[in-house]
Structures are given as structure tokens and as C-alpha cells.
Design a protein around this ligand. Structure first.
Ligand SMILES: [Zn+2]
Length: 249
């Protein structure tokens, strides 16, 4: 559900969903991916917070797995000023050890739009990052490593980040899985270490199948540089299924 498309079939006139008006509803747009033939229609046109594009089901299919990588982030559901990426990632990465903090009345934010609750899942963070460059003073570029900023992270991913990737294969004699970042066959490899055998086999079974290389997913980890001599660039440990999310088309 992308936030960008083209007005013309030759793809010269780019249009962002939040810049559309009610007049654009019902028009045909074209997928933002180069060489993709998919036609798009505008959903919630004229509503800058909710507007996005959707493929016209009567037209050609998308050419790339990235065409539909965007979610539909609705900022009115969340309180932007409560977003704290460090706290959220600690909770998702270390669900047992991180204590649940009580939020007193005094800490309630008085500024910032949106709903009462904060973003709390990896998928919500991902969707926010695909839509915004900056959110509550956080740069999306520092949170999400995907196909758009591959040049920045191609030599290593460090710290708490969400990484877009697809499954590749198991590491021999390890409860670890090699992934393609940001996609197959282009890019680099990263390593997911699983903290328990059970968690590893759960994902091993989910990663199975012919299309697994194209199964786009996101992984939240506290990444460190690899010592593997180019076999993979970075690695992290998966403690919880809340760190992994499959992006469905
Ligand atoms: Zn497309």
C-alpha cells in the first residue's frame, strides 16, 4: 500500500498520497517501482493522514516485492510524542528482563497529535518509517534498514534497528539462519541467532517453501558487526517472536 505513485504511464510526474485531493479519487495512477506495470488507485484521497495507493486488481500484477512494502500507517491512532524507539525495542527484544514501567498521570504528553497509545509493535514502527522521514524527532533512516537506504548499511548494521530481509538458509550445526538483506538475490547477508532451539525450529518451519527467498520480512534486533569475513555483514539474537514480522503482499 504505497504512499507514492506516478500520475502518468511514463512515470515522470510523481505524486505523494498526502498531496492528493478529492479530485484525484477514481483516477488511475502508476506504481512507483521502475518498470512495474501495475496500475494504482487512490484510497482515502484528500485525507492527508490516511491517503495511500492500492493496486487495481483488474490490472497487471506488481513486478517487485518492494512495490507493496509500505503499510497503511494511520497517525491518528497513535500519540507521536510518546514514541520512544529505545524503550520499545528493549521491550520487544528482551521481553522477560525489561520491566514494565508504569506511566503515571504526570508523564502524560500534552502536545502532539494522534491517539492516546504509543506505537508498540515492530510492524507499526516499520509502517511509520515507510511513511515518515522524521517522527517524534527520530530519523526513520536510523531505525529502519531497507532497500531505500541500502547504500548506508551495506557494510554493516549496528545497534537497535529494524532490518528488511528474506530467508536464505540455515547455518550448519547452529541454531541460526542466514538472511538476504534487503532482498534476494541482490544485496548482502545477515545472520539471525536464535536464543532457544524451539524458537529456531518454529521459524525454520515458517521459512520453508519454494517462495521463501521472496518472503519479505522485517527483523528487529540489537545488531553487531560480523567477524565472519564477508560471509554476512551483521548479526543479532532473536529472543522473541515479537522481533520478526512477515510482510504480506
Ligand atoms: Zn509495482
Amino acid at each position: 500500500m504505497p504512499y507514492k505513485a506516478y500520475r502518468d504511464i511514463n512515470k515522470t510526474l510523481e505524486i505523494k498520497a498526502h498531496d492528493t485531493t478529492i479530485v484525484d479519487v477514481g483516477k488511475i495512477f502508476y506504481c512507483h517501482t521502475k518498470d512495474c506495470k501495475a496500475e494504482m488507485s487512490l484510497v482515502s484521497g484528500g485525507d492527508p493522514e490516511r491517503a495511500h495507493f492500492r493496486r487495481r486488481s483488474s490490472g497487471p500484477k506488481h513486478a517487485s516485492v518492494f512495490c507493496t512494502a509500505d503499510g497503511i500507517f494511520d497517525p491518528t491512532k497513535y500519540n507521536e510524542s510518546k514514541f520512544n524507539f529505545n524503550d520499545i525495542s528493549d521491550k520487544l527484544i528482551n521481553p522477560i528482563s525489561s520491566s514494565r514501567r508504569k506511566v503515571g498521570k504526570g508523564t502524560r504528553a500534552l502536545t502532539g497529535g494522534g491517539g492516546e497509545k504509543s506505537i508498540s509493535t515492530i510492524f507499526q514502527i516499520y509502517c511509520m518509517c515507510r511513511k515518515y522521514d522524521i517522527y517524534n524527532n527520530y530519523l526513520s533512516d536510523n531505525i529502519l534498514a531497507d532497500e531505500r537506504n541500502f547504500d548506508r548499511y551495506r557494510n554493516g548494521i549496528v545497534g537497535k534497528k529494524i532490518v528488511q530481509c528474506t530467508p536464505y538458509h540455515k547455518f550448519q550445526d547452529e541454531f541460526a539462519y542466514k538472511m538476504n538483506y534487503p532482498s534476494y538475490p541482490n544485496g548482502k547477508h545477515i545472520k539471525l541467532n536464535f536464543s532457544t532451539e524451539k524458537l529456531f525450529w518454529d521459524y525454520y518451519n515458517k521459512f520453508k517453501g519454494e517462495k521463501k527467498y521472496k518472503e519479505l520480512m522485517i527483523v528487529l534486533g540489537n545488531w553487531t558487526l560480523s567477524q565472519s569475513n564477508e560471509e554476512y555483514i551483521s548479526e543479532c539474537t532473536i529472543n522473541s517472536n515479537r522481533q520478526i514480522h512477515f510482510l504480506k503482499k
